[in-house]
Design a binder for this molecule. Structure first.
Ligand code: AMP
Length: 222
């Protein structure tokens, strides 16, 4: 299964991708995570993208397309299927993704559009905290760690992403409206869009998305 997760920052893409990849046994590919890894490693690429990521701007298309192309064409795990989280974020990225997949004889099955209200995403993002070691996601009100500042899964240090402050969140929302909303239309135009209500709780949203996946699997078997 080859899926794309679309939605504004704070829709819950990372959280749901983690749950769904475990359920379906597919890969979770997050360009945001890959860029943060590069930044952490201090590589030339990491230094190049830092200013974009920390200010909430998009990293240039050619940079992220290259990262995704390398991943999709060189990682053997891709054969199991994958869920793209945070990519494509522009129409040009969506078009390039189709071309890359065509070259390796694959195509996207469909894209989930995780529709969330501004009020909900602001509440989620300002309270979001992340484990520096394993990437587990917490929320100060909705899902606090058992021990303050410590990850429940691995004991790692919990931090707030520098781009999860109110000013940068607003910028990311503007960037989303301008660049990523057209990607929703791109998949709708291909008849590959499933809209889900991302204001719901994680459990409800997971059930709704899995019901879609299972209905689709069944339809393809019939
Ligand atoms: P995310 O973790 O998906 O919220 O991404 C964090 C930041 O990484 C974004 O605000 C962008 O600066 C950058 N980024 C992630 N994915 C992309 C992409 N597909 N295109 C451009 N920039 C991206």
């Amino acid at each position: 299964m080859k899926l794309v997760l679309l939605g504004p920052p704070g829709a819950g893409k990372g959280t749901l991708a983690t749950l769904i990849k475990d359920e379906l046994g597919i890969m979770h590919i997050s360009t945001g995570d890959m860029l943060r890894e590069e930044m952490k490693s201090g590589s030339d690429l990491g230094n190049e993208v830092k200013q974009y990521v920390e200010s909430g701007a998009l990293v240039p298309d050619e940079v992220v397309i290259k990262i995704i192309e390398n991943k999709l064409t060189s990682d053997e795990q891709v054969a199991k299927g994958f869920m793209l989280d945070g990519f494509p974020r522009t129409e040009a990225q969506a078009e390039e993704l189709d071309k890359i997949l065509e070259k390796i004889g694959k195509s996207i099955d469909y894209s989930f559009y995780m529709d969330a209200s501004l009020e909900v995403v602001l509440q989620r993002l300002t309270g979001r905290r992340i484990c520096r070691d394993c990437g587990a996601i917490f929320h100060m009100t909705n899902m606090p760690p058992k021990e303050a500042g410590k990850c429940d899964s691995c004991g790692g240090e919990i931090y707030q992403r520098p781009d999860d402050n109110e000013e940068t969140i607003k910028k990311r929302m503007d960037v989303y409206g301008e660049n990523t909303a057209p990607v929703v239309e791109y998949y709708a135009g291909q008849g590959k869009l499933k809209k889900v209500n991302a204001d719901q709780s994680t459990d409800e949203l997971f059930d709704e998305m899995m019901a879609n996946v299972n209905a689709d699997k069944k339809a393809n078997q019939d």
